[in-house]
Design a protein around this ligand. Structure first.
Ligand code: ADP
Ligand code: MG
Length: 622
């Protein structure tokens, strides 16, 4: 009995977009189907290690492609693991991955944007509807005695029915659309297979003849010497393992063979684009693990640390037992050792790259720097290497700088690594708290990623130099020698401010913890800082945004006694008749400091009123 079923809403949506030919390169459907066929063979080969009877009588895995010019059909078959009824329904009728489902929800009428989004996650099987008006999937799961046929025209629903199938595996028949007849030409098929699927580990043959030669090289690309592999071949393999449709190229290709205590082959890539699931809370890594050319599994926890989860590709071990269960991998000491060796090697390459080509490194760091820095927070064993890889923007360096370079530029008498937390490099550059540091030519690192707020307290220091936030606690720079000429501070004037400060404090007592004289301001009248024992203001905001925290913290308002506004205000404050002006100006100054800090104003309307009042007065007197 044939049963008709609806596609999951997101699938229908995706199919509409796919059918309207998003990609100029329709031919990639063949790559997707071949990659699925190859996965199916991989999975059965793995299962057959424990249950050899699954492949009894048919141990040669193969992918076949053939066509019928009269019927205008193209067919691709494999003798892999196959699918039963439930699997056909789940795999071809729904989108299993919740992250992908979320992305599909974002798709809208904007073709270009859709294509960018889809490029990031790939449409896999559904890409057949770019070329086919109707698709039949006939499948029989290895070990089962029944076959099933799934049929759909890609519009809203599909049917599923029991069907005869003599052998295990899957046969997909596509009724081609008029504009896709080019895939009925053998040469065209050959070229497409060569182009996208040469690296597939199983022979791909065209035609039904038993002895047809394979079109692809059908050998594990990572086993071949580097010199034999063209950049084109690396690129196609990368696209295969990274699951992206978009034409991005790997930013870095890491191909090596390790021998010694244990032996493995590696072909890993760092993408040039941000994967859409980079911030998936599970932080899964996506490297594939093989044992002696047999695919075992992907995304093994512990094969790569979470801070390298953007690395794609293959690790092929010569030493792990083939029959290792996937569950045991995580706790396997050999996997842990390989992981350490691979991680060290990758970090080493990154370190080299940062030294040899910082411009190019900047591209990488913009995408993945925040992820790599997670390691500074939670991967203690790589601390030294990670601090050598990490790069920062600063108040003085042109581009990115390293901690080592920063320390080498520290001034005589400077004992701490100064940093400023801010939402962006631009915001950091304009922070009033930076003024005294700029005036004394003391460099300050800019920390603009959320993760910075976490790893800095964790690391505490670098080469015995403590990290010190310049928006928290005091800022006594007097011990640091400066090449610039300094104006000595007028201690008498400072002492004379005491009365003014306590008046300000009285006015603002519900808003700030204290009002003090500033050591860090030069051109601005006021700024906000956090008490030494408290969190940075920026950190408080980050935590609030992520809803990890809703505590109440009071800031300290610092005033610059050399600034004309403050000087004038102090003079006014000496006459009780000016109490209202003092109050209004104090509130205005506080709000000004909040704005610069990126803090929300408690009473924006009140602020605007005060500001207009001040402008009015200014205009009237000019
Ligand atoms: P992906 O390959 O990224 O999982 P696809 O859309 O390409 O996504 O395929 C969806 C799922 O359908 C696969 O994960 C697999 O479980 C199943 N599938 C597709 N083609 C085959 C096949 N030839 N043999 C067995 N299973 C298949
Ligand atoms: Mg696929």
């Amino acid at each position: 009995m044939s049963e008709q079923r609806e596609f999951q809403a997101e699938v229908s949506r995706l199919l509409d977009i796919v059918a309207n030919a998003l990609y100029t390169e329709k031919e990639i459907f063949l790559r997707e189907l071949i990659s699925n066929a190859s996965d199916a063979c991989d999975r059965l080969r793995y299962d057959a290690i424990a249950k050899p009877e699954l492949i009894k009588g048919d141990t040669e895995f193969k992918i076949r492609v053939w066509f019928d010019t009269d019927a205008r059909t193209l067919t691709i078959s494999d003798n892999g693991i196959g699918m039963n009824r439930e699997e056909l329904i789940k795999n071809l009728g729904t989108i299993a991955h919740s992250g992908t489902r979320e992305l599909v929800k974002q798709l809208n009428g904007d073709k270009q944007k859709n294509s960018n989004l889809i490029g990031q996650f790939g449409v896999g099987f559904y890409s057949v509807f770019m070329v086919a008006s109707k698709v039949e999937v006939l499948s029989r799961k290895a070990g089962d005695d029944k076959g099933w046929i799934w049929i759909s025209d890609g519009h809203g629903s599909y049917t599923i029915d029991e069907s005869l199938k003599d052998e295990r595996g899957t046969v997909i028949t596509m009724h081609l659309k008029d504009e896709a007849y080019e895939f009925l030409i053998e040469e065209r098929l050959k070229n497409v297979i060569k182009k996208y699927s040469d690296h597939i580990n199983f022979p791909i043959v065209i035609g039904e003849a038993k002895d047809a030669p394979a079109v692809n090289t059908a050998s594990a690309i990572w086993m071949r010497p580097k010199g034999d592999i063209t950049p084109e071949q690396y690129k196609e393999f990368y696209r295969g393992v990274s699951g992206t449709i978009q034409m991005d190229e790997p930013w870095m290709t890491l191909h090596w063979h390790a021998e010694g205590n244990f032996e493995y082959h590696n072909l890993l890539f760092i993408p040039a684009m941000k994967p859409f699931d980079l911030y998936d809370p599970r932080r899964p890594n996506s490297a594939k693990l093989y044992v002696k050319r047999v695919f075992i599994t992907e995304g093994v926890d512990g094969l790569l640390p979470p801070f390298l989860r953007f690395v794609k590709g293959v690790v092929d071990s010569e030493d792990l037992p083939l029959n290792i269960s996937r569950e045991m991998l995580q706790s396997n000491p050999l996997v842990a050792k390989m992981s350490t060796a691979i991680t060290r090697k990758i970090l080493g390459e990154l370190e080299e790259k940062a030294k040899s080509d910082i411009k190019d490194f900047e591209n990488f760091w913009a995408l993945f720097g925040p992820v790599v820095k997670e390691g500074l927070y939670d991967a203690h064993q790589y601390r030294d290497q990670l601090t050598r890889v990490a790069r920062f923007y600063s108040s003085k360096a042109e581009g990115l700088t390293s901690l080592e370079e920063y320390v080498s530029r520290m001034k005589e008498g400077q004992e701490q690594i100064y940093y400023l937390s801010a939402g962006s490099v631009e915001a950091a550059r304009h922070s009033p708290q930076l003024e005294a540091f700029n005036a004394k030519d003391i460099e300050v690192l800019f920390m603009t990623d959320t993760i910075d707020e976490f790893w800095i307290p964790m690391q505490n220091d670098y080469k015995q130099k403590k990290f010190k936030s310049i928006t928290r606690g005091s800022a006594d720079l007097s011990k640091i020698k400066s090449d610039k000429k300094e104006e000595p501070r007028d201690e008498k004037a400072k002492a004379g401010m005491a009365g003014f400060l306590s008046q300000m404090k009285e006015i603002l007592k519900d808003e700030v913890k204290d009002v003090t004289l500033s050591e860090r301001l030069v051109g601005s009248p006021v700024c906000l800082v956090a008490p030494e024992s408290d969190m940075d203001i920026h950190m408080q905001r980050v935590l609030k945004k992520n809803q990890h925290y809703d505590g109440k913290h009071q800031h300290i308002l610092e005033v610059n006694e050399k600034h004309p506004v403050i000087q004038r205000l102090k003079t006014l404050s000496e006459n009780a008749a000016n109490a209202e002006t003092l109050r209004e100006t104090a509130l205005l100054l506080l709000d000004q400091a909040r704005i610069v800090e990126g803090e929300p104003l408690k009473d924006p309307a009140g602020f605007v009123k005060r500001l207009n009042h001040a402008i009015e007065k200014g205009l009237l007197s000019s």
